[in-house]
Design a protein around this ligand. Structure first.
Ligand SMILES: [Zn+2]
Length: 126
């Protein structure tokens, strides 16, 4: 990786750890990995590991190593938006971008995903 890459790369900010964050983290760990595994099996995605993160800036992310990160606050969202986020990250296992093929794949596993994404924009992470 180039120096330039590191220079421009911003680490996602982490929120302070409060009792509420710990409560949500426990709930997220109990619920999200199981649902992610279910969705992956249902649609034929294979990921490496899943991590629950305390990020202030992202609902989820997917690494080139096939690891999926989910924000612990995903558990506070309606179920269809939780699924949208997980399916979005699962589709990044095949396309690490937001190009037309990515959106076609996401639409095939999550019909109406653009309307759901508009709903998601009404929720703030914190
Ligand atoms: Zn994405």
């Amino acid at each position: 990786m180039s120096r330039l890459f590191f220079f421009f790369r911003r680490k996602p900010r982490r929120a302070p750890v409060t009792p509420e964050v710990e409560r949500l983290r426990a709930q997220a760990k109990a619920e999200l990995p199981a649902r992610l595994a279910e969705l992956a099996a249902q649609h034929g995605f294979v990921y490496n590991k899943v991590f629950i993160k305390n990020s202030l800036t992202r609902w989820g992310s997917c690494s080139s190593l096939g690891n999926i990160n989910l924000n612990l606050r995903v558990v506070t969202l309606p179920p269809e938006l939780q699924d949208l986020i997980m399916l979005h990250e699962l589709c990044h296992l095949k396309y690490l971008n937001h190009g037309p093929e990515f959106h076609a794949l996401l639409e095939s596993v999550c019909p109406g995903h653009r309307a759901l994404a508009r709903q998601l924009r009404e929720y703030r992470i914190v």
